[in-house]
Design a protein around this ligand. Sequence first.
Ligand SMILES: [Zn+2]
Length: 252
Amino acid sequence: MEDSQALVLAHMSWPEVAAARDQVELVLLPVGAIEQHGPNIALCMDSAAADAFCKRASARLNPRLLVAPAMPWGISHHHLNFPGSISLSEDTFARVLVDVVRSLSGHGFQRFLMVNGHGGNIPAMNVAASMIRESLNPAFIGASTYFEFGDVPLTDHAGEGETSVALELIPDMVKHDALAPGEETELATGFRTSMQRYGVSAPFRFDEYTRNGAFGDARDATAERGAEMVTSALNNFCSFVDELVAATPIVE
Ligand SMILES: [Zn+2]
């Protein structure tokens, strides 16, 4: 299994961390959410998929990438009308990330990249990156979202795209016997498309857009499509890491 080559912080002893420190060029901070994904995928999707993606990248570039524990909680206020979803407030979310980077900076790590799995986290994650830059000033701090590295954009929620990715990264979390199309409301197919067209952001709740919590049609998801999306994202991510390291030399 490719992932067994991943450098996973939580699975290491402290002497192992100390020994790896000089080889690690970048710490990956998986950032996710516990939020509903319709009837199609388990609540952990965004955390578990970001974590799995980071481990694959770490295995591929061993020993250059250290994977920090995945942050399970994200910004999911808009999903709280569906049972099981959990949300942090934006300031808690950002402060947890600052504290994690502060701790790891103290151990000598100098470059950090948040690798997010949930679109709703992006504004607060960008704030966290800015707070870290200003308060800790590491050699690099960045905020990214793993599916943005793919050649094909992922735009649905628990639909054919995201469920395909789940089939590739965390197949046990897909509810194979319950796959259903999104039950999108008139607001979703009408006004929402105009907001998207003009870049207007409005914090509607997800149940105002879709009655079962999904966008798109998970019945069309395939493992092959998921493998293609993840492979292109991993290839681009690993090239990006090379560029990142070259662009941010560490001054001793
Ligand atoms: Zn998701």
